[in-house]
Design a protein around this ligand. Structure first.
Ligand SMILES: [Fe+2]
Length: 472
């Protein structure tokens, strides 16, 4: 077994209880003076509840982490969301967890039958978003927690003022920088399952329905894509098997998911203006969590995503599977490009990067537009997770990795007066197993050379997703 992998498992999935506020971090190297704003990330921070340990990475209690940038300096704040789940865990009676715990979906089903209010978990540990003036922590259960974007203090539950059905929702909203709106969706289970697609205008924290599309499966859909005219959902063979929740040993969401090898994957292409389904071509089965980007070209749709052969990645993220070698035994995602002709429903597929990758991102100015560069975590290095800048057009890549360093999700920040898509920096938190602590890495987005690293005073468990907010 690789020593750094064993250390990564030990540190990256170890509960943290220390909260820090506005701690100025030492900087090795130089952070550009122009970088101003805050990277706010979400992820699990604690895995122990009343003497029991969570069984899946997705189950830890939500811990927000904030990196604030100003004139070449960086401060660090971390704070647990004070949710019902957190309070229950603090009392030692176990958290009502989403992925594999008390079964929020079982409760959602109860709601289906009883028409009472849903009681799903509020452990919003997956992502963050901004709706109007509200900064909100998100999970896939339909509960959202507002927080203060400076102190990370919990402000309470954020509720939409509509009655859009949602038994599952997305934690991945697609911000369209060209249209002043954000696109999201929910999944309605039950007798007539559907995906409800909606927009949230930037200046108004309310949802406007774009379309309700009949679901097949229904599929478990983690992310979506937008182009100038369309929203694209990918319905994979990983289905939400509602009846499995009623089995005696069913465990939350993960216990309900079922990979049906006889199904194909379906692309659902919805017109953003009219709400009509323009096409829904089917292709050979595959699974995906995360989309990279999408755009229109020559009447067709180009969709880039991180694809897996099947759903083995979901099981691979249980502690039982991760134990000892961190992520080394997990299947690698591949950066795939699908070209879809909405007229003929013809689809072709090509691989754009040879390595394993996950947690992709693209610069803000090219989202939903033709682009050239994607950034993502490299997952196939021994005793490390690296970082890649992938030239999607030329199918080449620039990579950075260091033994014993586990890079998390990168985010790009473009230089305010820059014109090139890759003029700016890449921010990536990482776990440094050689020094038993986490750090924030800053790279030049053009060359992927390291500009600075800012060590934290402790090791933070591996997180999921975050966003850079320039206004903070
Ligand atoms: Fe995700």
């Amino acid at each position: 077994m690789d020593d750094s992998a064993a250390r990564a498992y030990e540190l990256g999935f170890r509960s943290l209880d220390r909260e820090l506020s506005e701690r100025t971090l030492p900087v090795e190297g130089e952070i550009p003076e122009w970088l101003s704003g805050a990277l706010i990330r979400n992820g699990p921070g604690s895995f122990e509840f009343g003497g029991r340990r969570a069984t899946h990475w997705f189950d830890g209690l939500a811990l927000l982490r904030r990196y604030g940038f100003e004139e070449g300096t960086v401060t660090y704040t971390n704070r647990f969301l004070r949710t019902d789940a957190y309070k229950k865990a603090a009392r030692g009676d176990g958290a009502s967890q989403f992925a594999s715990g008390g079964g929020s979906l079982r409760q959602a089903l109860r709601w289906l039958r009883s028409f009472g209010p849903p009681e799903s978990t509020d452990n919003a540990n997956v992502h963050v978003a901004r709706f109007g003036e509200h900064y909100v922590a998100l999970t896939e259960a339909p509960r959202r927690i507002a927080f203060d974007p400076t102190t990370l203090e919990t402000r309470g539950e954020f509720r939409w003022r509509d009655d859009l059905p949602e038994h599952l929702t997305t934690a991945h909203f697609r911000v369209d920088p060209h249209r002043n709106e954000t696109i999201g969706y929910s999944t309605e289970l039950g007798r007539s399952p559907a995906y409800h697609l909606y927009r949230v205008p930037n200046d108004r924290p309310s949802r406007e329905l774009i379309a309700s599309v009949p679901a097949e499966g229904p599929g478990y859909i983690h992310d979506c894509s937008i182009t100038e005219s369309y929203v694209v959902l990918v319905e994979t063979p990983l289905r939400t098997a509602v009846l499995r929740a009623l089995l005696p040993h069913s465990e939350g969401l993960l216990g309900m998911l079922e990979y049906d090898e006889n199904r194909r994957s379906r692309f659902v292409i919805v017109d953003r203006e009219t709400g009509s389904v323009e096409a829904d071509p089917r292709v050979s089965p595959f699974f995906t969590f995360h989309h990279v980007n999408a755009f229109e070209r020559d009447g067709g749709i180009v969709l880039d995503l991180v694809g897996f052969e099947d759903d083995a990645i979901v099981e691979a993220l249980t502690f039982e599977a991760l134990s000892g070698d961190a992520f080394e035994g997990a299947p690698n995602g591949r950066l795939l490009r699908y070209r879809i002709d909405p007229e003929t429903e013809a689809v072709d597929r090509s691989r754009r990067y040879d390595g394993g990758c996950e947690l992709p991102t693209v610069p803000r100015s090219v989202r939903a537009r033709p682009y050239r560069y994607a950034y993502g975590q490299v997952t196939d290095r021994p005793g490390a997770n690296g970082l890649a800048k992938i030239d999607i057009e030329r199918e080449t890549a620039t990579e950075w990795w260091e033994r014993g360093v586990y890079v998390e999700e990168p985010r790009t920040v473009q230089r305010p007066d820059g014109t090139d898509e890759d003029d700016g920096v890449v921010l990536a938190p990482a776990l440094d197993t050689k020094r038993d602590r986490s750090m924030l890495l800053v790279f030049d987005a053009e060359t992927l050379t390291e500009l600075a690293r800012a060590p934290l005073p402790h090791a933070v468990p591996f997180g999921f997703h975050g966003r850079f907010f320039p206004e903070l």
